[in-house]
Structures are given as structure tokens and as C-alpha cells.
Design a protein around this ligand. Structure first.
Ligand SMILES: [Zn+2]
Ligand SMILES: [Zn+2]
Length: 264
């Protein structure tokens, strides 16, 4: 199975990631990835990007050297905001892709399944929200699986099977069983599923091996995975709502060395 889109990639704007948008796009192009979503951390995690960063993403190319670039976020569930997210709806509306997840230090560090589920259900009901990242993080942020999977079906929200969660060095590695259960329940319920790299370095863009092995075990076929191609991703997203700035950045080719540009 070769997935041609990656809906979860970070850049230096996340503070603890190490590549630029351009480097991530270049790595994607080299791997035959047709589309990536730039999903930097929202402002409530340490060194998370400022709201202005997300607002101004419209100036980044929409297509660079043939790779479709979705300007997105990995926002945080937030206890102290109007919409339960650490970016306001006004900013989310302008993004091409809105992912939301739980992360340390944002007000949910005491594991409380009931409270986490209540907040996340409110987030999922927001029509601007497209994807929940690593929902199976049982040890840090336990959730009521049935309630979240039902909400994913009801609101057409993608549940991510996160490749990085299976990395032995990941902070989420103790919860891989639960990540697997979420994917299995999503498949059984007919919820949309994606596989994301959660790349924090360019060469990790499009790295899905561990999650793909789990998908194969569970009988999750390519047809079930939203990020199987750029076309499938765009059809899913545009079926949910308009993306007003999708093409705002234009179609660009990096200048070649013969044109006086640095090599791509
Ligand atoms: Zn995350
Ligand atoms: Zn992430």
C-alpha cells in the first residue's frame, strides 16, 4: 500500500521540529507524496505557533513543484476558550485543514476520561474540525472510545492512526494497544481514518511503515484511508465545507539552478 498524502507534518514553527515547509515539500516530492498538510502546533503548547502564523499561511504556495500543500494546524483542545480549541474559529475558517489533539501542558494533564471526552465531543461538533490526532493516547489523555468513534461518524471527522505513536522512543508508545483499538472501532463503525507520519523532520514526511503494518493486521484497506491520494483528501475535505484559501498561494515551481535559483 502506498499512501500518497500525509495529513500530519510539523515544521520549525512548532518549536521542537527541525525542517521548513519547503524542506518538507521537497522530501514529499522525492517520496512520491502528492499532498501534505502543514500541521504545526497551536499556541497553547510551549513554543507553539502564534495565531498570526496560521492566519498568514495563505501566502505559502498551494502547489509547489507539483505537491499540493494544505495550510493547516494541529490545534489543542483548550479548556479556557470560546470554541474549546486554542485557535479561534475566525482563523480555523481560513485554514485548508484543521487537526486537533490533546498535548501536555494545555490544561488536561490530570488523566480524566469523562472530562477529556466531554471537551473533545464539543470540539468534534465544530464543523471546522477535520481530524483528531492520535486519539488512542490512553495513558496521558484517556477517552471514551465508543463516544468518540460515534461522534467521528456523526460529524464526519477523521480519526488518525498515528505512525509516530508506534516509535519505541515516542511518549505515546505505552498506548499503542489503544491506538490500534481506535482504528479497529473506526473501521467497524465506518468512520473516516487517516494514517499520519507526525513528522518533526523532513525525512520523516510520508513515513507510515509501523501504522501500515497495524492497518494490514486490522484489515484496513487502502480504500478506507482518506490520505490514500491527494484526490481522495480533497474530495473528503471539500465535501465537508468550503476551503476559502485553498488556492490562495498559487502554483509555483522552485527556480532551477539554470535560472539562477538554488537547487531544489
Ligand atoms: Zn500531536
Ligand atoms: Zn503532531
Amino acid at each position: 500500500m502506498h499512501l500518497k498524502a500525509d495529513l500530519h507534518t510539523h515544521t520549525i514553527a512548532s518549536g521542537h521540529a527541525y525542517s521548513t515547509i519547503t524542506e518538507n515539500v521537497r522530501a514529499a516530492a522525492l517520496k512520491g507524496i502528492e499532498l501534505i498538510a502543514i500541521t504545526d502546533h497551536g499556541p497553547s503548547v510551549p513554543q507553539g505557533a502564534h495565531p498570526w502564523y496560521f492566519w498568514n499561511l495563505k501566502m505559502v504556495p498551494s502547489v509547489l513543484n507539483g505537491v499540493r500543500v494544505l495550510k493547516g494546524c494541529e490545534a489543542n483542545v483548550a479548556a479556557d476558550s470560546d470554541n474549546g480549541i486554542d485557535l479561534p474559529d475566525l482563523i480555523l475558517e481560513g485554514l485548508d485543514f484543521v487537526a486537533v489533539g490533546f498535548h501536555p501542558t494545555t490544561g488536561f494533564d490530570v488523566p480524566d476520561r469523562g472530562r477529556n471526552t466531554e471537551f473533545l465531543l464539543e470540539v468534534m461538533a465544530n464543523p471546522l474540525v477535520d481530524q483528531i490526532t492520535h486519539p488512542g493516547n490512553e495513558d496521558e489523555f484517556p477517552l471514551d472510545l465508543d463516544a468518540i468513534v460515534s461522534a467521528a461518524v456523526r460529524y464526519n471527522v477523521i480519526l488518525e492512526l498515528n505512525d509516530h505513536s508506534f516509535d519505541p522512543h515516542s511518549s505515546r508508545v505505552t498506548s499503542t494497544g489503544r491506538e490500534r483499538e481506535f482504528a479497529q472501532a473506526a473501521l467497524a463503525a465506518g468512520a473516516a481514518v487517516s494514517i499520519g507520519s507526525d513528522a518533526h523532520y523532513a525525512l520523516h514526511v510520508g513515513r507510515f511503515d509501523a501504522a501500515l503494518a497495524v492497518a494490514e493486521e486490522l484489515g484496513l484497506a487502502e480504500d478506507h484511508i482518506v490520505n490514500r491520494s491527494a484526490e481522495a483528501v480533497l474530495a473528503h475535505l471539500l465535501g465537508k465545507r468550503e476551503r476559502p484559501r485553498l488556492d490562495a498561494g498559487g502554483v509555483w515551481e522552485w527556480p532551477s539552478a539554470s535560472e539562477g535559483g538554488a537547487s531544489w
